[in-house]
Design a binder for this molecule. Structure first.
Ligand SMILES: [Zn+2]
Length: 289
């Protein structure tokens, strides 16, 4: 009798360990019907990895160096070397640098970016990597909707018109802005837009209401105006920012504005990576630290 009980206990322990191992090693390609958004801690820059409910993968920006490659390695299954879509919000170094290495290492099916003309060695390297990749190119213009499958969509809210062939050196206000939707969950990704673009987006009449806001431009005081926050009215704000960066991001002004709206704030310099999981009705936020 006693040995039978012992065996049963062993079995229960074994099953618990198995379930635990399965859940902690759950990787990006499990088609579990959940939308997952990983705001990677890549220092002073943005890199956001989206896993759609059907397993489709989207990477928005690549951060200031190749740290994103390690983050992808930790998040995706080791055998998975395909990414369905890469989005470059704009071509500043803290968004574009890591993406060049991602194009080298991964087979990317679609690339969404504004094919502008810019005098920058990094941008030239990006253009070369894009040409070599041979992916389908999506020109991001407000109104386009990208179907991620199983009811998840990415709607482009900005820029308002195609920028192909335009000569631009300052690109923050031309950042690609994306509304990610899955059921009742809405996540707004803003690149580095500043007040000017925030006003343009409000005037466009787009529905900005979202649960989660990726705060624009790392919390710079030139972004995140009150009217914009009012339109978005998020419950949660995420700032991707490096510790002790030389820009003083995030600024106290923006932190105060976020606090006045009473939202829960996550910062990658304080919390490490931030992960959001949604089943289309409810969402959960987890942090690495
Ligand atoms: Zn930036």
């Amino acid at each position: 009798m006693q040995s039978k009980q012992l065996k049963l206990t062993h079995l229960v322990i074994f099953l618990c360990l198995f379930v635990f191992a399965f859940s902690t090693h759950g990787t990006a390609n499990q088609k579990d019907g959940l939308l997952k958004i990983y705001f990677f801690d890549v220092g002073q820059g943005d890199a956001i990895f989206i896993e759609a409910p059907n397993g489709n993968q989207v990477l928005v920006d690549g951060g200031p160096d190749n740290a994103v490659v390690q983050k992808l390695g930790e998040t995706m299954p080791f055998y998975d070397k395909d990414i369905d879509m890469v989005v470059l919000t704009h071509s500043d170094a803290d968004h574009i640098t890591g993406l060049i290495e991602v194009l080298e290492r991964y087979d990317v099916e679609k690339i969404a970016y504004s094919n502008i003309i810019r005098r920058s060695a990094l941008y030239n390297a990006w253009q070369e990597a894009v040409a070599e990749e041979g992916a389908d190119i999506i020109d991001p213009v407000a109104g386009k909707i990208i179907d991620l499958g199983n009811g998840a969509t990415l709607t482009i809210l900005h820029p308002t018109e195609s920028l192909i062939g335009k000569v631009l050196e300052k690109t923050n206000n031309y950042s690609v802005v994306l509304m990610l939707k899955y059921g009742e969950s809405e996540i707004l990704l803003t690149g580095d837009i500043e007040a000017k673009a925030e006003r343009q987006i409000i005037l466009s009449g787009a529905n900005l209401d979202a649960d989660i806001l990726k705060v624009a431009h790392h919390g710079s005081k030139t972004s995140t105006i009150e009217e914009f926050l009012y339109e978005v009215s998020p419950q949660v704000a995420v700032i991707q920012v490096g510790a002790k960066n030389r820009y003083g991001h995030p600024t106290q002004e923006v932190l105060n504005r976020l606090e006045n709206f009473g939202m829960k704030l996550y910062r990658t310099d304080v919390d490490g990576g931030v992960k959001v999981v949604s089943d289309g009705v409810n969402y959960l936020v987890n942090t690495v630290k």
